[in-house]
Design a protein around this ligand. Structure first.
Ligand code: CAA
Length: 258
């Protein structure tokens, strides 16, 4: 598939998917979300890729769902047509790590898409917001669910009801993002983070991702049991042999292909 709304770059075992509709502030329309789903599934299945980085431009990650495209939607376009559900959530099925990198605005569906990444790195220019109420709708891609689970109810309610944007510093303090870098350095730093992950055994990274996501869907006891199955199973894998032998032999592990 040729992409018109995405740019793709590969850096070793890290692939960067860049949202690219500069004239519309990277507003997320059907075409872009179809392309994003296609790219995510393609790279998830590609043995040459260990980590996917999802980002936008320097100015904007994404300013939300495309208001021009949806302004005249009817109920039939949305509920029976499964708007959002039909193509926004493929990212949740990706098994390899997905690191989101946000510079500039991540608003509405842009903030929601960012929150579907495994973790977020932000430029100091980043601004996060859920301004859907201002265009007369509730969030539709998890804003009322993932935001309070991530930053707490009070901050989330404040953002959702007043449309207040939070900057990178507040996003880091509240746990929405894991690290903040100066805007001019953020991609370089994010690639270094992604390459660190890419050097780990991808199979174990996938299991950790699966276990962490399980923590949000189950009880603590069941979650720990789930994790322990992976831990025990790890003793049947080459990654465990290589990792532990390399430690004992005082050498760097080689997890390539593991
Ligand atoms: N949809 C469609 N077009 C958008 C857009 C969006 N979400 N956001 C920006 N654009 C377009 C503008 O219409 C404008 O197009 P024209 O040049 O053709 O007029 C262009 O991008 C540049 O935008 P601005 O002139 O507004 O740029 P700015 O720098 O003054 O402001 C902004 C930037 C603060 C991001 C502002 O554009 C903005 O507030 N955008 C809308 C944000 C929003 O409400 N997002 C929520 C959408 S609803 C949603 O996402 C539902 C959901 O939960 C899934």
């Amino acid at each position: 598939m040729e992409y018109s709304d995405l740019l793709i770059e590969q850096h070793g075992k890290v692939v960067v998917i860049r949202l690219n509709r500069p004239k519309a502030m990277n507003a997320l329309n059907d075409n872009m979300m179809n392309e994003l789903g296609d790219a995510l599934y393609k790279f998830d299945a590609d043995p040459a890729v260990n980590v996917i980085v999802l980002t936008g431009s320097e100015k904007v990650f994404a300013a939300g769902a495309d208001i021009a495209a949806m302004a005249n939607y009817t109920y039939a376009d949305t509920y029976p047509g499964n708007y959002i559900g039909r193509n926004w959530e493929h990212i949740l099925n990706v098994r390899k790590p997905v690191v989101g990198v946000v510079s500039g605005y991540a608003l509405g569906g842009g903030c929601e898409l960012a929150m579907m990444c495994d973790f977020l790195i932000a430029a100091d220019s980043a601004k996060f917001g859920q301004p859907e109420i201002k265009v007369g709708v509730t969030p539709g891609a998890g804003g009322t669910q993932r935001l309070p689970r991530t930053i707490g109810k009070s901050k989330a309610m404040d953002m959702l009801l007043t449309c207040r944007m939070i900057d990178a510093g507040e996003a880091e303090r509240t746990g929405l993002v894991s690290r903040v870098f100066p805007a001019e350095k953020v991609m370089e730093e994010a690639l270094a983070v992604a390459n660190t992950i890419a050097a780990m055994p991808v199979s174990v990274a996938m299991q950790i991702k699966d276990s962490v996501n399980r923590a949000f869907e189950t009880t603590l006891t069941e979650g720990v049991r789930y994790e322990r199955r992976y831990f025990h199973a790890g003793f049947g894998t080459p990654a465990q042999k290589e990792g532990m032998n390399a430690f004992l032999e005082k050498r760097k592990p080689d997890f390539d292909g593991l």
